[in-house]
Design a protein around this ligand. Structure first.
Ligand code: IMP
Ligand code: MG
Length: 167
């Protein structure tokens, strides 16, 4: 669906926008594991503002392709968020259930701000309409995609491009 060069070019553009928006202020990136890890690294490398990183793992999917609506924290953050300018980095926003939940719990930890950055967005699939995405690399149609961190049953995360799964 999206070749490697296009993904990298777009990440550079989004990183430039973020660096501009946060100019002079440190940004605290929260990588949502595991899918967000490739995007987080590529994004972080291109930011010109001071960056700190933390990782969180939540689970909303089993082995299939449909969000269960049940989200649980598998690994929590290591650092407190008090006073920080938080940027959540996700691989994909689909129904928005994962992010709606995550934003609610992270807000309670007293960050100065919370924004959301995603590599991919499937706007047609949104159930949680209140989830506002601040930075999107690509809006895509309703197809199941893999690569650049995204998996199908834990496979294909390492593909350097975004591919469509044919069922
Ligand atoms: P949501 O809670 O429905 O927004 O689901 C978000 C999570 O579902 C993402 O972080 C992914 O892990 C997973 N997901 C949604 N769509 C896809 C896809 O097309 N390929 C791989 N994973 C997906
Ligand atoms: Mg994910």
């Amino acid at each position: 669906m999206i070749p490697e060069e296009d993904v990298n070019r777009k990440i550079s553009e989004v990183a430039a926008r973020i660096s501009h928006d946060y100019e002079g202020r440190p940004v605290h990136l929260i990588c949502v594991l595991k899918g967000g890890v490739f995007f987080t690294c590529e994004l972080a490398k291109r930011l010109t503002v001071p960056v700190s990183l933390d990782f969180m793992s939540v689970s909303s999917y089993g082995g299939g392709t449909e969000s269960s609506g049940v989200v649980r924290i598998v690994k929590d953050l290591d650092e407190p968020l008090e006073g920080k300018e938080v940027l959540i980095v996700e691989d994909i926003i689909d129904s928005g259930r994962t992010l709606a939940y995550l934003i609610e719990i992270l807000k309670q930890r007293g960050p100065k701000s919370i924004r959301l950055c995603t590599l991919l967005d499937k706007p047609e699939r949104r159930v949680k309409k209140q989830v506002k995405v601040d930075y999107t690399c690509f809006s895509i149609p309703d197809e199941f995609v893999v690569g650049y961190g995204l998996d199908y049953d834990q496979k294909y995360r390492n593909l350097p491009y975004i591919g469509v799964v044919e069922f």
